[in-house]
Design a protein around this ligand. Structure first.
Ligand SMILES: Cc1cc2nc3c(=O)[nH]c(=O)nc-3n(C[C@H](O)[C@H](O)[C@H](O)COP(=O)(O)OP(=O)(O)OC[C@H]3O[C@@H](n4cnc5c(N)ncnc54)[C@H](O)[C@@H]3O)c2cc1C
Ligand SMILES: NC(=O)c1ccc[n+]([C@@H]2O[C@H](COP(=O)([O-])OP(=O)(O)OC[C@H]3O[C@@H](n4cnc5c(N)ncnc54)[C@H](OP(=O)(O)O)[C@@H]3O)[C@@H](O)[C@H]2O)c1
Length: 387
């Protein structure tokens, strides 16, 4: 598939670029409470193009150990032939489960089938009623398909019948953490490996653990394509617009790309990066690069917030508030504020901090601060990529 104008291939979910990781290493050090890793994906042999602010879609496969445990719970050998949910080719069920089903999430079709097969003699009974939505969500939190199978051993499935109760294993998105001007034949990612324990079983995120533990650098073939970001873009390099980048945790990813791009294009406006993680000693991702940007002027300011290096929590929004007069001055100079990372807590708190800064430094009422922020959003000067 290619575009008529450029003749270049168009990569998408149906026609992904098949890539290999050429380099991968830990960004978090020994003793860090979680593992965050840097990946460099080789684009040699393809014409995959991206812009800082884009994300990369990665198609993972499931953990074969979890697949084998799930097959055991089903009473299958793994050789039973079923339709591959994505290609509809006939394949052994083990292959179909590894490649194409979301066995780490539960579809209502599976719940319905278990209720029917157990004659309602199950903890799931009644949970599909509309008024039980929250109860169902709570029940399913931290449970995989295997949990429901083990909890309901009398519910027996035929192989194809089971396949029809499964969701499809889809792509995961990752903010691109490189600039193609600095790495023409590579795309970099910054990924936290998702691990937790629930209901007495150790669990792993599908894609983050696929990349961290199940690929072989230089060998494993990984389907990828670029998801072009709409609003998350830098100003033109010749513009004087200041940029404020707020990216704790893996939210740092697009800002590493922004800074590489700004250095490569000798961008004129001043830039301020806020980064936060748990400990300075174990989690100062890309420390040397960011300090070099301060030294060469690519970054006017670098401000860090280490949440667990002292008794009280210090987060990026606390650092924004500490610097409120200067932040407000930058806003008044037309700065664009970018926020990336956790949507549910961090982005909400950063938003509150910005309102407080506008009230305090601009001498505004809460209502006027809301109006200031609304105008700021309308002018596309508040750009968020949160997940
Ligand atoms: C635009 C965009 C950009 C992104 N960029 C990045 C990035 O740069 N870096 C990055 O690391 N991630 C990024 N993400 C998140 C990423 O897409 C994946 O969601 C993430 O890696 C988890 O995927 P996974 O397949 O490893 O985990 P999954 O298999 O999807 O598992 C994650 C799920 O596990 C469950 N879960 C997690 N913790 C617990 C717990 N303690 N108890 C019970 N259940 C739990 C939750 O339901 C959670 O949704 C981005 C997301 C979006 C939408
Ligand atoms: N959808 C998914 O499946 C998925 C998967 C992975 C990540 N995520 C999201 O992406 C986020 C990023 O994960 P991450 O591992 O990169 O880092 P993170 O969990 O966001 O942690 C990064 C830093 O932010 C701090 N923090 C916690 N609460 C905060 C708040 N309210 N305001 C500001 N900072 C806060 C953390 O401190 P403390 O930890 O010390 O409190 C830590 O120092 C996760 O929180 C999660 O919401 C989603």
């Amino acid at each position: 598939m290619s575009t008529p104008e450029s003749g270049k291939p168009v990569y998408n979910v149906k026609n992904p670029f098949i890539a290999k990781v050429k380099k991968a290493y830990d960004l978090s050090g020994a003793g860090a409470p979680k593992n965050t890793r840097h990946y460099e994906i080789d684009l040699e042999g393809g014409e995959l193009e991206y812009t800082p602010g884009d994300s990369l879609a990665v198609q993972p496969t499931n953990d074969p150990v979890l697949v084998d445990d799930t097959l055991k719970a089903l009473g299958f050998t793994g050789d039973e032939i079923v339709k591959h949910p994505k290609t509809t080719l006939e394949v052994p069920i083990r292959q179909a489960l590894i490649e194409a089903t979301l066995i780490t999430e539960i579809d209502n079709k599976l719940i319905k089938a278990i209720i029917e097969k157990t004659g309602g003699n199950t903890a799931l009974a009644g949970l599909l009623e509309p008024e039980k939505k929250e109860e169902l969500k709570k029940y399913l939190w931290g449970r995989f398909v295997i949990d429901l199978l083990l909890e309901n051993p009398t519910a027996k499935f035929e192989p194809q019948e089971f396949m029809l109760t499964q969701k499809k294993l889809n792509i995961r998105l990752y903010s691109i953490s490189s600039s193609q001007k600095a790495h023409p034949k590579e795309v970099h990612l910054t990924i936290a490996t998702v691990k937790y324990t629930s209901h007495g079983r150790e669990r792993s995120g599908v894609a983050s653990t696929f990349l961290a533990e199940r690929i072989t650098v230089g060998e494993t073939l990984i389907p990828v394509f670029v998801n072009h970001g709409k609003g998350f873009r830098l100003p033109e390099p010749q513009e004087e617009t200041p940029v404020i980048m707020i990216g704790p945790g893996t939210g740092i990813a697009p800002f590493r790309a922004f800074l590489e791009e700004r250095k490569a294009t000798a961008a004129r406006g001043k830039a301020w990066l806020f980064f936060g993680e748990v400990n300075e000693a174990t989690c100062f991702f890309y420390k040397d690069e960011f300090e070099a940007y301060v030294a060469d002027g690519t970054l006017a300011k670098l401000t860090t917030a280490w949440s667990r290096d002292q008794a009280e929590k210090i987060y990026v929004q606390h650092k924004l508030l500490e610097n409120s007069a200067e932040i407000y001055a930058w806003l008044e100079q037309g700065a664009i504020v970018y926020v990336c990372g956790d949507a549910s807590r961090m982005a909400v708190d950063v938003d509150k901090a910005l309102h407080s800064i506008i009230e305090k430094e601009g001498g505004k009422t809460p209502e006027e601060a809301v109006a200031y922020m609304a105008a700021f959003k309308d002018a596309k000067r508040y750009r968020r990529d949160v997940y």
